[in-house]
Write a protein that binds this ligand. Sequence first.
Ligand code: SER
Length: 322
Amino acid sequence: MNNLQKVPSVALIIGSSGQLGSELASALLKERPDQTLICSDLHQGTAPDGALFEALDVLNKPRLEDMIKRYGIQEIYHLAAMLSAKGEQKPEMAWRLNMEGLLNVLDLSVKHGVGRVFWPSSIAAFGPGTPRDLVPQWPVMDPRTVYGISKLSGELWCQYYFQRFGLDVRSLRYPGIISWRTPPGGGTTDYAVEIFHEALRTGAYTSFLQAHTRLPMMFIDDAVRATLELMRADGERLSVRTSYNITAMSFTPSELAEAIQSRLPDFQIDYCADFRQAIADTWPAVIDDQVARLDWGWHHRYDLNALVDEMLTNLAAASVNP
Ligand code: SER
């Protein structure tokens, strides 16, 4: 089977206006230009050329069912969620969106024979009982945020649907994702995106995490490629049906600032930790993703220096040619 034959011809992205969804849509079209790709998000939005857009609230199960039937959806990327920091401000809504949304997708996928589902988990599924360094694939997981609890529960639901109903659902525990086209919304790792915008705009940034808070991170191109590689991997090789550990690098706000200063020497950083510090303090610093590397050949391409170069170059170009 060549690569094109592995790519289904009708796919749906739920949460396509978000940080990951917007870039995944372009990558999916590049992978298979003749596919029918439906992008959807809560509010009316845009899709890249060659894709369709439909507004969809994933909590509206009848509407989701209508779309799956109407288009004959073969593959779903369910990315709509409320992230860690925002979720702590609206815990009930976060639980409902993150859990009920996933269960709607899983249930309708079984009912209508959707061939494959992708759903992201996160480093937020770990907690203070998890080792901080080199977190193995199967550690203690005791998340302390609503977002993290929903991710851990969701992982177990994914495994349950795979084992009980044979639904081919696949998942990655993303670290903080850093991108320049679309901002993240409401996460604890968002500082690592904001810092680049402010470095170029004002030359200074106040970090809401302390200088030495080390967290796992990944450049968006690696995150998108990991998603597609996992989705195209031979199912027989996948030993994990909860969610795969995956990482590219780990750094602190002060190390990121130094890397920026080596390119923009006048850049200034200071620190004023807020409630997000307490969230970050429960997350691990370094992830061990060797199971993903062994099972389906994961390898990252962007380290800290490559990430900083990409972010500064692309954001500077985007401000000249918005
Ligand atoms: N980036 C996410 C957050 O900070 C972690 O998955 O909430």
